[in-house]
Design a protein. Structure first.
Length: 303
């Protein structure tokens, strides 16, 4: 049975979608050489709310571990320059794929413009550290606790620790797959999905380049594509939490779902096929180290 025919639509349902309302070091790069310590670590990253916002979800960039994580927002103890009170925390079972992951908060948290807060993450020991490459900005103050927040080590601030996190406002889980580095990456012209908005590139063909990277140059891959079908939020969600956004009912595989190719990076000119008003694609990598047995890139669309 091909991968395409094994996909089953679990749910097509309307939802009030959340939107990222504040993010720091939100790009696709990360420092793969840094892992989290622990066990029982709470990491607090200091930030200032840019506006009056109501946060319902917190996300970090992590992977390479298994087990429960937590992420939330704490108030600021100005005297101690440390997290004070847990305002709301969400939990989730992490994916081993390096990707944006997070949990819906136990209750919505209202942040006041110009006020200091802390993003507090409870990671798995040895998991991917949610930091960008050295030189990225901002570089925040951070602290660590091994006592559930009763006491804090630090503060620390180093140029190679630009922490990555997202705050989401509104409700509902992510509905668009994001790239998972280094397992599966695909873009047209550098446009990236946020999880709540698709990766859509608009322009005259040929436009930019199409990049695909696969870890280790060993795993087989193929690209599922369609024309004039658009991208569909949460078309199908795998048991491991990966999201298919290409309409499989109107899609084909470039290599017939043979999954006999291996690559480290591919860069080719890309443009609309003759007569098409849109082109959609999503990279699929057969990776036995993943919980699903495969890894998905973001879905891209050119129109």
């Amino acid at each position: 049975m091909s991968l395409r025919t094994s996909f089953v639509i679990l749910c097509l349902c309307a939802a009030v979608l959340g939107q990222p309302c504040h993010a720091e070091n939100d790009g696709p790069t990360y420092n793969d050489g840094v892992s989290m310590g622990g066990p029982n670590l709470l990491l607090g990253v200091k930030f200032t709310s840019p506006a009056n916002i109501v946060v319902t979800r917190v996300e970090v960039f992590t992977g390479e571990g298994a087990g429960m994580n937590s992420a939330g927002i704490w108030s600021h103890d100005s005297a101690g320059n440390q997290p004070a009170v847990d305002l709301g925390t969400g939990i989730w079972s992490m994916s081993t794929s390096n990707s944006w992951q997070g949990g819906n908060l136990s209750g919505a948290v209202s942040l006041v413009s110009g006020t200091t807060y802390w993003m507090v993450w409870g990671p798995q020991n040895g998991s991917q550290c949610s930091v960008d490459q050295p030189g990225a900005t901002p570089v925040q103050q951070y602290r660590g606790s091994f006592s559930g927040g009763a006491s804090w080590n630090g503060p620390f601030q180093f140029s190679d620790r630009p922490w990555k996190f997202r705050l989401v406002c509104g409700s509902g889980p992510a509905v668009y797959q994001t790239n998972q580095l280094p397992c599966a990456y695909l873009d047209i012209g550098g446009v990236l999905a946020s999880g709540y908005a698709p990766a859509v590139t608009t322009g005259s063909p040929p436009l930019g380049s199409w990049f695909a990277t696969v870890a280790g140059n060993t795993y087989p891959w193929d690209v599922v594509w369609s024309v004039n079908a658009g991208l569909i939020p949460a078309y199908w969600t795998s048991p491991g939490g990966q999201i298919v956004n290409v309409d499989l009912g109107q899609a084909s595989f470039i290599f017939g779902a043979s999954f006999t190719n291996a690559l480290s990076m591919l860069a080719v000119p890309i443009g609309l096929p003759p007569g098409a008003t849109s082109f959609e694609a999503q990279l699929v990598v057969i990776d036995p180290t993943q919980a699903d047995g495969f890894c998905l890139s973001q879905a891209v669309m050119l129109n």
